[in-house]
Design a protein around this ligand. Structure first.
Ligand code: HEC
Ligand code: HEC
Ligand code: HEC
Ligand code: HEC
Ligand code: HEC
Length: 256
């Protein structure tokens, strides 16, 4: 009797696995290349004309989304460039009617994962690292699965920082005299350890720094920075943080 149940269970489980795998294929989306309402080409604009990615996707510097440019950006040129083209006339019609172009979105992470373009742009990670050579794609497609393994593969590297040509954002910025003056007077690691208000800043500090190798002033400023950083996140939510102090691979880095 129990064995029979077991078989039914095993079979159901197998079917679920196959289903999940297929669903995964659908959602992982690699290669997804939908037909877009206007035949806009990255090869021409970002490739041949070498327009900066951020010229059009300037939200990427500011927050989670890279954003798709509004037609005012396009019409800046196309009010006069190539106005005899049917594609441009289509665009001019949307513009005149004040309607957004219904571009089909290609990249999308599931809700449980947390991502912001801003940290990556600020750290100097090139768009192409995640999106591939978009400037050579006549129609944008999803170049790689945006799967967790890809994120962690980069984050896990001990010196992933150094490989991204932007050392300034990785190492703690130099401690300045002004910061030393602003930090709470008399703040020490030992003192902070006793104070519940500082407990969580102290525990972060210990993950990243060895107090013995730091001067008292550096210790003070770095503790104060961590506390400020935690307050900012608490007040504004993670998407407004300037940047991570350390893009660690703790689960909570990317999952709520
Ligand atoms: C002239 C403006 C412009 C420039 C410059 C530009 N893009 Fe785009 N980009 C668009 C528009 C419009 C779309 C939406 C239509 C489409 O998918 O082709 C788009 C879509 C995309 C998408 C797909 C978004 C989605 O739906 O998931 C990616 C990725 C992208 N661009 C990356 C880049 C990169 C990388 C560069 C620089 C190499 C770049 N773009 C330069 C206008 C631009
Ligand atoms: C800096 C100026 C500039 C901007 C901004 C710009 N374009 Fe263009 N676009 C051009 C030029 C130049 C051409 C090539 C015209 C030619 O073939 O002579 C072109 C060609 C095109 C074409 C092909 C037209 C055809 O039928 O050959 C389309 C479609 C197009 N652009 C859409 C867009 C869209 C959508 C945007 C905004 C996301 C945009 N462009 C922004 C300059 C610009
Ligand atoms: C570290 C990887 C990574 C880098 C670097 C990166 N992106 Fe993205 N991009 C993503 C992911 C992941 C998504 C899906 C985000 C989501 O669904 O919330 C995405 C989505 C997009 C989208 C569509 C949705 C949106 O956010 O508006 C555009 C457009 C885009 N990226 C353009 C760019 C451009 C331009 C750059 C460079 C300035 C860039 N990306 C750099 C990973 C990256
Ligand atoms: C090519 C390397 C690379 C890839 C791929 C990458 N990241 Fe990052 N990530 C970085 C860098 C660099 C930073 C900035 C670290 C800093 O400023 O200290 C960062 C920062 C972050 C942060 C903020 C860290 C913090 O401690 O608050 C999150 C969250 C994040 N990435 C999520 C993702 C997700 C999700 C993906 C995959 C869709 C991804 N990253 C892919 C390099 C990468
Ligand atoms: C650097 C960012 C990052 C870190 C760190 C991270 N994840 Fe993820 N995780 C993602 C992204 C992006 C996805 C969505 C894409 C995917 O399904 O692969 C995801 C998906 C998942 C899923 C859903 C898989 C599915 O098939 O739906 C689980 C479960 C998960 N992560 C657990 C974890 C656990 C447990 C940890 C800590 C050991 C962790 N993650 C750390 C970025 C991250």
């Amino acid at each position: 009797m129990i064995r029979q149940y077991w078989r039914v269970f095993a079979l159901t489980f197998a079917i679920m696995l196959v289903g999940a795998y297929q669903l995964y294929g659908v959602f992982s989306n690699k290669g997804y290349e939908p037909v877009q309402p206007i035949n806009y080409s990255h090869v021409l604009h970002a490739g041949v004309m070498q327009m900066e990615c951020l010229y059009c996707h300037n939200q990427a510097e500011k927050g989670p989304n890279a954003g798709i440019p509004g037609l005012d950006v396009c019409m800046g040129c196309h009010a006069v460039v190539k106005t005899d083209s049917p594609e441009i006339q289509k665009m001019a019609k949307y513009y005149a009617e004040g309607k957004p172009v219904p571009w089909v979105r290609i990249h999308r992470l599931p809700d449980h994962a947390y991502f912001s373009h801003r940290w990556h742009v600020e750290a100097g990670v090139a768009c192409q690292t995640c999106h591939g050579p978009v400037q050579n794609m006549p129609v944008v497609h999803q170049w790689t699965k945006l799967e967790m393994g890809k994120c962690v593969e980069c984050h896990r590297q001990e010196n992933y920082a150094g490989q991204i040509h932007h050392p300034a954002t990785f190492h703690e910025p130099e401690v300045t005299a002004a910061e030393v003056a602003e930090a709470p007077k008399g703040l020490t690691l030992e003192g902070a350890e006793e104070d519940p208000q500082w407990a969580s800043a102290v525990s972060e500090f210990k993950k990243y720094h060895d107090a013995k190798s730091l001067s008292p002033d550096d210790t003070k400023v770095m503790l104060a920075r961590l506390k400020q950083y935690q307050n900012d996140i608490y007040e504004h939510g993670r998407q407004y943080q300037t940047r991570g102090k350390n893009a660690s691979i703790e689960c909570s880095t990317c999952h709520y």
